[in-house]
Design a protein around this ligand. Sequence first.
Ligand code: NAI
Length: 286
Amino acid sequence: RGKRAFIAGVADDNGYGWAIAKSLAEAGAEILVGTWVPALNIFESSLRRGKFDESRKLQDGSLMEITKVYPLDAVYDTPEDVPEDVKANKRYAGASNWTVQEVVESVKKDFGTIDILVHSLANGPEVSKLLSETSRKGYLAALSASSYSYISLLKHFLPIMNQGGSSLSLTYIASERIIPGYGGGMSSAKAALESDTRVLAFEAGRKKRIRVNTISAGPLGSRAAKAIGFIDMMIDYSFTNAPLQKELHAEEVGNAAAFLASPLASAITGAVIYVDNGLNAMGVGV
Ligand code: NAI
């Protein structure tokens, strides 16, 4: 039987989550996705209306099938955690069972188990503010959506993950080097995510021999990145200064993810793997 993957953080065909889904589908995996509740309607209707058909094309000419789209808000673990105003919000009231615990219960009911978990989501409401001007609320929101969301997803999925499975997330070098513009505690959130990758690799490895890795990806003009505002500059900077002076394709991150999820990477866990044309290795821009 092919492997089954759950990819959290797919709401269009531009981001890393979509590219990872495609590479996993290309390798024969069955694809389930978790889509942020406010983005659910437009994503599902675009899928239905064929808006993504060109990007769904696999090498053999067939179209990637997404077996099921689950509404998800990874900031909430259980229904008790959801504040009244969110519950009442029109965009949320139209969907159901979208807290982490409920999504995992639904996946269990629908499919039993999964083999691969991918976390491809982040959010920092104050990302455009300097870290030194970030509010406590904004900082904690960045950590909640971008770091704890991963702990929560892995914690809830672990009981239904098959032995030997694999889990991964996406991080950014702003966790370890100064990247002005990546503010609001987002740099802190990525540092936490990378540290958690090591500790979770130990815990999931000992419990179920599940591997936990994170990909430190180079800049991509995704929807989330455009919202930060400096993405075009970062893409130009990378093109000029990286060892490999070429565009970074989302597909290259997808392929690295498929490798990490496969038996070819059976001894790799707790690792931060750079997929960035080598930019991380430079000491100065030239
Ligand atoms: P994207 O916009 O394709 O993906 C982010 C997704 O997170 C969106 O689909 C959004 O709806 C979802 N999301 C936000 N809050 C959520 C929540 N509370 N619950 C569930 N889903 C939520 O953008 P991108 O850039 O592909 O981001 C994917 C991952 O890649 C993120 O972790 C990001 O930090 C990381 N990354 C991106 C880089 C870039 O230059 N685009 C560089 C390095 C890492």
